[in-house]
Structure formats: structure tokens, C-alpha cells
Design a protein around this ligand. Structure first.
Ligand code: ZN
Length: 310
């Protein structure tokens, strides 16, 4: 079984050895530590009553220690240097494996999805922010201290938009669902009346602009929303060129909520990436694809890692 533990929800799923999700249970993510562990145990218990479960993999949106037994830090979860794997394992009476969610996702895409057969694969999950997962020689690369690759906070624009991480100009401030909304609001201020759809949608309250609304407006042909999408594409290409200069991947998998609108930005991002990469025209380029496992990737990856470790 895999459990995807994110800032908004805890989602457990029973996964077979082909990566198929057979059954799921979901609960909103509680704020306290005890309540969070209770929610995980309940979700797992619900499914374990209906299926024969042999191991549990937890995919966590946070820093996982190198021994993969504890969560060091998770910005949207209660755990701080918490021995999560042992605690949950004791509670469930099952072996438990812990993994960073983007690592679990790239592992699943490699085993069952878009990165199958790739020696070096990079996963870029674009949602509220950017999550990164890297596979080297078919193995999840976690760095020396379990934190790599932290792509979303690469500083792409010195002195740029402020980021909650404390820095400025981070990649995810320009390339994420949140960034799409920020860009659209900036463009609305610069070009009043340019967007009929967003102007009406917002009706004076710029907080009403969300990445999802901008994507929907762009799909409907709204020129301002399409401009915002174009900016996201440029920054995606820019960041990918930088990441590819470091990792030289064979395949880049674009995942996360924003990837659902990939038809609106991926070709432009590819073009920009091609132009910006070092030695453009004289080196093989990574294929850039969208994820195949969607929302299930982290859950499937965690379950499969747990099964492999048995
Ligand atoms: Zn940042």
C-alpha cells in the first residue's frame, strides 16, 4: 500500500505489482502530529480490512533523512525530526518505508510510466510550487543528506519575486500554478481591458485569480491568459535548461496539477529549453514528456518501493 501525505490530503491506495491502483481511501490532512498519524492509520486500516497488505510506503512532501526512517522537515506537515517510519510501523504492525513524494513519483514513472527505460530521468512536478525527483542509473538520487534535488527554489531571477522560503526569484515563483496567477494579475494591471474573461472573473478582486482559472481562460482563447501561459512556458524552458546542464537527463517528466494544461505551454517551453541549453544544436536533448500516472504517481512509487524492500 502507498500513502501520499501532502499539505491538503492524505491518500492511501492499494497497489498491485503492475502499478495498478486497486482501491483508495482519502482524508484531509490534520494539523497536529498525533491527528496526522491517526489519519494515516485510519486510511490504511480501512483498506487493510478489504485487502491483504504486506507493506506500506509513505510518500511525504518534505525532507526525509538519509536512512529513510524519519522526516526532518515538512513545510506543510506537523513532523519535525520525527521517526515517522518506526512510529507508523509499530502502530500498523506492518513494514513501513518512507520516501520524498517527488522521489516516489519519479520512481513510479520510471517503473510503470513516462520514464520507463531511461537511465537518467528528471521529474518536475508543477503544482502550487515545484517538486523535483531525479533518477540516476535507474536509482532514486537523494543527495548526501536526503534533500536533493530541490529545484523549485533555484534562484532564477536575482532580486525577483519574493518567496516564502526567504529568498527571491525562485523558479517556482515564475513557474507554478501560483506563479500563473501572479503573472496574470501583473499583466491585468499593465494591460487593463485586455482580458474579458479574467476581468469579469476577478471583478476587482485580484485574489480571485487562480492558476486554474488562468489556464481555463487560456484554453478559451483569452489573450491575456495566453500571455501569462507564455511566460510560464519561458520560465519552464529556462529552468529545464539549467537543470539539464547539471543532470543531462534522457527524459524529463512534467507532472503535477499544472501539467494537465501541458498542451497550452509545453511546445513553447521545449523551444525555449532548446535555445537556452549550453551547446544548443551540438548535443542530444532530453525528451520532455508529461507524466502518465497523474495523481497516483507518488502513491504507486511509495507502495512499489515498500514492496521491493521486503
Ligand atoms: Zn524559494
Amino acid at each position: 500500500m502507498g500513502v501520499d501525505i501532502g499539505g491538503t490530503s492524505v491518500r492511501a491506495g492499494v497497489v498491485d505489482r503492475y502499478g495498478t491502483v486497486l482501491d483508495t481511501a482519502r482524508a484531509p490532512t490534520p494539523t497536529g502530529e498525533a491527528a496526522l498519524e491517526e489519519a494515516i492509520a485510519t486510511a490504511v486500516g480501512t483498506l487493510a480490512a478489504r485487502h491483504r497488505v504486506s507493506a506500506v510506503g509513505l510518500a511525504v512532501a518534505g525532507f526525509v533523512a538519509t536512512d529513510r526512517r524519519s522526516v526532518m522537515f515538512a513545510p506543510h506537515l506537523a513532523w519535525r525530526e520525527t521517526p515517522v517510519a518506526d512510529r507508523i510501523s509499530e502502530r500498523l504492525g506492518l513494514p513501513v518505508v518512507l520516501e520524498h513524494d517527488a522521489n516516489a513519483a519519479v520512481f513510479a514513472e520510471h517503473r510503470f510510466g513516462a520514464a520507463r527505460g531511461a537511465g537518467v530521468a528528471l521529474l518536475v512536478a508543477i503544482g502550487t510550487g515545484i517538486g523535483g525527483g531525479l533518477l540516476l542509473d535507474g536509482k532514486v538520487f537523494r543527495g548526501a543528506y536526503g534533500v536533493a534535488p530541490e529545484l523549485g527554489h533555484l534562484s532564477l531571477v536575482p532580486g525577483g519575486r519574493p518567496c516564502p522560503c526567504g529568498k527571491n526569484g525562485c523558479w517556482e515563483r515564475y513557474c507554478s500554478g501560483t506563479a500563473l496567477a501572479t503573472t496574470a494579475v501583473e499583466l491585468l494591471a499593465r494591460h487593463p481591458g485586455r482580458s474579458t474573461v479574467l476581468d469579469r472573473e476577478v471583478a476587482g478582486d485580484k485574489r480571485a485569480v487562480t492558476g486554474r482559472k488562468v489556464a481555463a481562460a487560456a484554453k478559451d482563447g483569452d489573450p491575456l491568459a495566453q500571455l501569462a501561459m507564455g511566460e510560464l512556458a519561458t520560465w519552464l524552458g529556462e529552468g529545464l535548461a539549467l537543470a539539464a546542464d547539471i543532470y543531462d537527463p534522457e527524459i524529463v517528466v512534467i507532472a503535477g496539477g499544472v501539467s494537465e494544461s501541458a498542451t497550452l505551454f509545453l511546445d513553447d517551453a521545449r523551444e525555449h529549453y532548446k535555445k537556452r541549453i549550453t551547446g544548443a544544436g551540438y548535443r542530444p536533448l532530453a525528451r520532455i514528456r508529461t507524466a502518465q500516472l497523474g495523481d497516483d504517481a507518488a502513491l504507486v512509487g511509495a507502495a512499489t518501493l515498500a514492496a521491493d524492500q521486503r
